[in-house]
Design a binder for this molecule. Structure first.
Ligand code: 1CP
Length: 353
């Protein structure tokens, strides 16, 4: 299979954009920058658009999704849009009883803990992804040469919410399940990989030019558990778009010990959180993998000169990799001053042009 004829990645503007060039290890006009959670609570226009609409309802309203996805591109001039959605949206579309509770996060009515719970998980029908396709199509129609990044949750992070039934700190239950009931774990992770893989594929076919797999909580795993129980499922999710030829980014937090294993799951670029410097990350990746990161979100609230010095250090260390996409080490904190982000984008572009 190939990308549809009218796909943005077939246009020179998107294909040669700083983000796509950099992810492919090619030279770019400047170092690209975007921010995880750039579409969200740090923007007053986001809060206004979301007013009175629940998170999941918003994610299934194509006009609203397009508007929220475009807001940070208009305001900050970032080098990519990230599709406004959530990692649990495909679960919801598969008819799992899940909601996103304000101030908490995803919560399931029935946590998935036994073999019977896993067997009862509903498959995601292809037609359920139509609102996603429509939202992506509306978004890319407005984006011009700025690429859209599609995303999905990686099987471990999805399973962490499913088994715990909501947010947790140590993700003990899913980590227990992989040892106590490996057959159920495997079936759950395979379900999550199919579901996330279909979500990724729908976004790419509808116009996303790159993808990011979020394994936000993989840092709670040992390398041994990652390799034995997680890596091949993440590889399956990434493989769902392999034939389409879009660059694939793989991100997690606290994953300093897992970077090479995450790359080997099939990623072109590896996202690094703020806990290890990019030159160390690049060395752990054998110096042959594009890196993304890793401005510490805490420094967004520091004096401008302190933030700039930190950003310069991140750029300097990023040069040891064959390509560097600037991002934060994790999401934009909700209380961030949006002007700081706009100014940081200008700074990165000026420093690297
Ligand atoms: O701008 C963007 O980055 C696009 C939007 C986006 C993305 C990529 C949202 C909107 N969610 C996500 C992915 C996501 N969702 C991840 C991976 C990224 C990360 O590590 O931050 C995770 C872990 C979730 C789960 C989730 N959804 C949480 C975390 C809960 C926990 O365990 O601590 C929360 C709070 C949500 C809700 C959510 N998702 C997105 C927004 C804007 C919100 C807040 C909604 C609201 O309450 O109004």
């Amino acid at each position: 299979a190939a990308l549809p004829t009218e796909h943005p990645l077939r246009s020179a503007g998107v294909a040669d954009s700083p983000l796509i060039s950099t992810l492919r290890g090619l030279p770019a006009a400047h170092t690209p920058v975007w921010f995880m959670r750039q579409a969200g609570r740090s923007l007053p226009e986001y809060r206004a658009a979301r007013e009175g609409t629940g998170m999941l309802e918003a994610c299934l309203t194509p006009d609203l999704v397009a508007e929220i996805t475009l807001q940070p591109v208009r305001r900050h001039g970032v080098d990519a849009a990230i599709f406004f959605s959530d990692i649990v949206v495909p679960m919801k579309l598969a008819s799992v009883a899940v909601d996103i509770v304000a101030g908490r996060g995803p919560v399931l009515d029935h946590p998935v803990r036994t073999a019977a719970d896993v067997t009862a998980l509903p498959e995601l029908p292809d037609s359920a992804l139509d609102p996603i396709r429509e939202a992506v199509a509306r978004t890319v129609a407005e984006l011009g040469d700025t690429p859209l990044i599609g995303f999905a949750g990686a099987p471990f992070t999805i399973a962490a919410y499913a088994v715990e039934g909501g947010p947790s700190r140590d993700h003990l239950r899913p980590r227990t399940m992989m040892h106590a009931d490996p057959a159920s774990w495997t079936a759950l992770a395979e379900w999550a990989a199919r579901t996330s893989g279909a979500f990724l594929r729908a976004q790419v076919e509808a116009g996303a030019s790159a993808v990011q797999l979020f394994d936000s909580w993989a840092g709670s795993l040992s390398l041994a558990d990652y390799e034995a129980h997680v890596q091949r499922h993440s590889a399956d999710a990434l493989a769902a778009v392999a034939d389409l030829g879009v660059p694939r980014i793989h991100f997690g937090t606290g994953t300093g010990e897992l970077l090479a294993a995450m790359r080997d799951a099939g990623a072109d670029a590896v996202g690094v959180d703020y806990r290890i410097p990019l030159d160390v990350a690049s060395q752990r990746l054998g110096g042959r993998t594009v890196v993304q990161g890793n401005i510490d979100p805490a420094l967004l609230a520091a004096p401008r000169e302190v933030l700039h010095e930190h950003a310069r250090d991140v750029l300097r260390r990023g040069r040891s990799a064959p390509g560097h996409v600037v991002n934060l080490g994790h999401g934009v904190p909700p209380e961030t001053d949006p002007d700081v982000l706009s100014e940081l984008v200008t700074f990165i572009h000026k420093e690297t042009r």
